[in-house]
Design a protein around this ligand. Structure first.
Ligand SMILES: Nc1nc2c(ncn2[C@@H]2O[C@H](COP(=O)(O)OP(=O)(O)OP(=O)(O)O)[C@@H](O)[C@H]2O)c(=O)[nH]1
Ligand SMILES: [Mg+2]
Ligand SMILES: [Zn+2]
Length: 335
């Protein structure tokens, strides 16, 4: 009886605060996560009411079991380590969630931030010349990735579609990210260009592919596996109408590494993030934090602003500063 009340209490608290739902910062949610030695399965895919779990039990390692979950658990996501048990029929039931090392997430249509994958090493932010990258979408991803203390890698796909002029333009943009410390890969899932270098960066890691719908995340996955694992969208205009080919995050084992394919997005909202976190998400701004004349400097027009000074000195790029203000403005519109 008291157990039941506890889980209800936990659920109520979960709805109060999305971060808590993700299993961090909250005594209740952390208690709900069990130690990793007890885990005997990993979630590799998630569909509405059930999840596919691969067994980590030595004698049937890799076997897939379709499981339901106990209602007192937080929402489980791909990559979660779990304790499961046979349900006596063909499937299983998930009894406990193993402690999450980290997670990646995205805003749902209501603007709340939801986990989509857990226990990952790298986030591959994929973009392409078509569909055209939304303004500051990359920076929005980077802010979210930095806030979650994950490691970002940028991947420009569809290199085969670029002419020299377009390539030069994109190279300029990409080198500005390389200069501030983000690895950048230029590849084509179509003709395989750049793929060996990318593959090297993925070795031994668990990596999630994220980015707009239609940029070629599933195509990259298929290319890296030398086979067709994931469905790829038809060459069409459907991305612009919001049709996504991949509809759920799934984990795939590749030779020497793991990849999680995720559904594309149209917008990456940052409603869950505050101004300070946006600032910290622009990693090249960090050395200037606290150096402005005014403690509450907006970095726009105040005298003695360290960010404006760094911009004038060429220490930070104008596109990034503009992008920073655009993101702040969008937060204010939401608020
Ligand atoms: N020319 C060219 N086309 C590509 C390349 N990579 C992917 N495509 C095409 O782009 C389209 C979309 O590819 P997908 O792999 O389905 O894109 P996605 O990012 O997984 O999309 P969602 O699952 O909707 O998020 C398909 O028609 C692919 O054939 C590439 O490197 N070059
Ligand atoms: Mg896809
Ligand atoms: Zn300032």
């Amino acid at each position: 009886m008291s157990k039941r009340r506890l889980s209800k209490h936990q659920l109520a608290r979960i709805s109060q605060n999305q971060r808590k739902e993700l299993g961090f910062d909250e005594a209740g949610a952390v208690d709900a996560q069990t130690s990793l030695e007890k885990c005997n399965g990993r979630i590799i895919s998630h569909y509405g009411q059930h999840v596919d779990v691969e067994s980590l039990i030595a004698e049937d390692e890799g076997r897939l079991i379709r499981c339901t979950q106990r209602s007192n658990l937080p929402k489980l996501v791909t990559g979660d380590l779990v304790v499961w048990s046979d349900d006596g029929a063909d499937g299983g039931v998930i009894l406990a969630l193993g402690q999450r090392r980290n997670f990646f997430g995205r805003p749902n249509p209501e603007g709340q931030f939801k986990a989509i994958a857990a226990n990952i090493d790298l986030v591959l932010v994929v973009f392409a010349s078509s569909p055209t990258p939304h303004v500051s979408l990359i920076d929005r991803y980077l802010v979210a990735i930095e806030q979650l203390q994950l490691t970002a890698v940028l991947v420009l796909n569809k290199l085969d579609l670029l002419n020299q002029e377009e390539l030069t333009e994109l190279d300029n943009m990409l080198s500005s990210y390389e200069n501030i410390g983000y690895p950048v890969y230029k590849v084509s899932a179509e003709d395989g260009r750049g793929m060996p270098e990318l593959e090297q960066a993925l070795a031994t890691q668990t990596t999630i592919l994220v980015g707009q719908s239609g940029v070629g995340k599933s195509s990259l996955l298929n290319k890296l596996s030398s086979g067709k694992l994931a469905d790829v969208g038809a060459l069409s205009e459907t991305w612009d109408r919001g049709t996504h080919t991949t509809t759920t995050s799934s984990l795939y084992h590749m030779p020497g590494f793991d990849l999680i394919d995720s559904p594309g997005i149209r917008e990456f909202g940052l409603g869950h993030i505050d101004e300070q976190q946006v600032f910290e998400g622009f990693i090249e701004f960090r050395p200037f934090a606290g150096s402005c004349k005014f403690r509450d400097c907006s970095h726009r027009t105040e005298p003695g602003c360290a960010i404006q000074a760094a911009l004038e000195a060429g220490q930070i790029g104008v596109e990034r500063v503009e992008s920073y203000f655009r993101i702040l403005d969008s937060l204010n519109e939401l608020g």
